[in-house]
Design a protein around this ligand. Structure first.
Ligand code: GLC
Length: 422
């Protein structure tokens, strides 16, 4: 009997020592752009196999502005429904207080990521999100059409507009009735802030709010840039562009109905996918510059990260999941499938990536020189500042008020916002 008790105790001991940590169910929220959800699911399937945990994806609309609004609701309610949030590079200062500090848990991996991105996700010494990809836009152009008419890739917005007009006039005359010159993100949301920062800054008109906190947007070069864009609507760009986000622009482009498009690298992988009508018929170039003094090409910095909710019931498992998705192996997998730019420097020298998604090594310098939005200056007021900016821009390019007046009004609004503290 004594022996039996000892034996049972021994066996139970072995069983306990060998038992894996109890499997948990996690949820991750992600916006639906391109094939992003499909690839995330593939990554999660691998994680489930490795960890024994289950992960559900909560899919929400692609607009980062809508996502931010939804995140705020969940977090304000202290909801434990979401363990892991996929967060835009600009949101760290605004969401920080409701996210878990990842500093300690990621100290073995952060050195592999670009320091500038880690810094952008660090708020008051707390790392609130781990990067999974970065973003810098490209000018997509139809190589076949430019070659057909013996035209060069434009390096200024003026050249772009002239080239777009020339090609569309000829193509339409030849029966290609649905062709447009240029598509971009003209809807009133965060994507318009990205596009408009490029128009304004590439024309020497400054960065809206400067790093020292000064509000610089009310100036003639910024106004001239917006007037230029207003002139595109209904001429080289379809009137509907005023409602386009990334996916609407890509829809027109990928069916072959645009000569040029401004978009992020994900459109490169999709444009070259199996059934794409424009597969092999396009290439990418840096965005054009404005004209006059101070003009230079500008690409707005984007990018996505993973953050763990303070209200998660399984923070350790959630951190484990975040580290898995952000790992070099999974970033490589994602990049091969989506052309998303990795946040790990070593992957820019990876031969498989260079072969399958050649935009990635080509875009390293563009990303390293990309222009951040003023979110680390406007901090907790960034969303409101950006929304004031995109509203003024949208009004102007829709023909509602003159650029100079709308920018003077914007300056007054931003000054009031700054007065309340940011
Ligand atoms: C892309 C960028 C993101 C940006 C958004 C705007 O998703 O990565 O940073 O805010 O586009 O639409």
């Amino acid at each position: 009997m004594k022996f039996l008790t000892a034996f049972l105790a021994f066996v139970t001991g072995i069983m306990l020592a060998a038992a894996p940590a109890r499997a948990v169910e996690l949820s991750i929220v992600s916006g639906d752009t391109g094939n992003g959800i499909k690839v995330l699911r593939e990554i999660l399937d691998r994680y489930e196999k490795k960890s024994g945990n289950k992960v559900d994806i909560v899919v929400i609309p692609p607009s980062t502005t809508d996502q931010f609004g939804q995140y705020r609701l969940w977090l304000a309610a202290g909801s434990s429904d979401i363990d892991v949030y996929q967060t835009d590079v600009i949101w760290a200062p605004q969401l920080a207080s409701q996210l878990v500090d990842l500093t300690e848990a990621t100290k073995d991996v952060v050195a592999g990521h670009f320091a500038s991105i880690i810094k952008s996700q660090t708020v008051n010494g707390r790392l609130v999100a781990l990067p999974i990809f970065t973003d810098a836009p490209a000018l997509y152009y139809r190589k076949d059409l430019l070659d057909k008419y013996g035209l060069k890739v434009p390096t200024s917005w003026k050249e772009l507009a002239d080239t777009a007009k020339l090609v569309t006039d000829k193509e339409r005359a030849a029966g290609n009735k649905d062709i447009w010159g240029f598509v971009f993100q003209g809807n009133a949301y965060e994507g318009l802030t990205c596009n408009a920062l490029e128009w304004v800054m590439s024309n020497g008109g400054g960065g809206i709010i400067e790093p020292d906190g000064s509000i610089s947007i009310n100036n003639p070069k910024a106004a001239a840039a917006l007037d230029m864009v207003k002139g595109w609507i209904g001429t080289i760009a379809p009137p509907g562009v005023l409602a386009y986000q990334e996916e609407e622009a890509r829809g027109v482009w990928q069916t072959g109905n645009a000569v040029f498009m401004r978009n992020w690298p994900y459109a490169y992988a999709l444009g070259n996918s199996e059934n794409s009508p424009i597969k092999g018929r396009f290439d990418v170039a840096p965005l054009p510059a404005g004209t006059g003094e101070g003009a230079r090409p500008v690409a707005t910095l984007g990018g996505w990260n993973l953050a763990v909710s303070k209200y998660s019931k399984h923070p350790d498992a959630a951190i484990d999941l975040v580290k898995f998705i952000a790992s070099p192996e999974m970033q490589k997998y994602r990049t091969l499938k989506t052309a998303n730019l990795p946040t790990i420097a070593a992957l820019y020298d990876d031969p498989d990536i260079a072969r399958q998604q050649p935009i990635v090594p080509r875009w390293k310098q563009i990303f390293l020189n990309a222009q951040p939005r003023p979110s680390s200056t406007a901090r907790i007021k960034y969303n409101e500042a950006s929304s004031q900016f995109w509203t003024a821009v949208h009004k102007t390019i829709s023909g509602d008020g003159a650029a100079a007046d709308n920018l003077a009004d914007l300056e007054a609004r931003l000054t009031r916002l700054k007065g309340k503290g940011w």
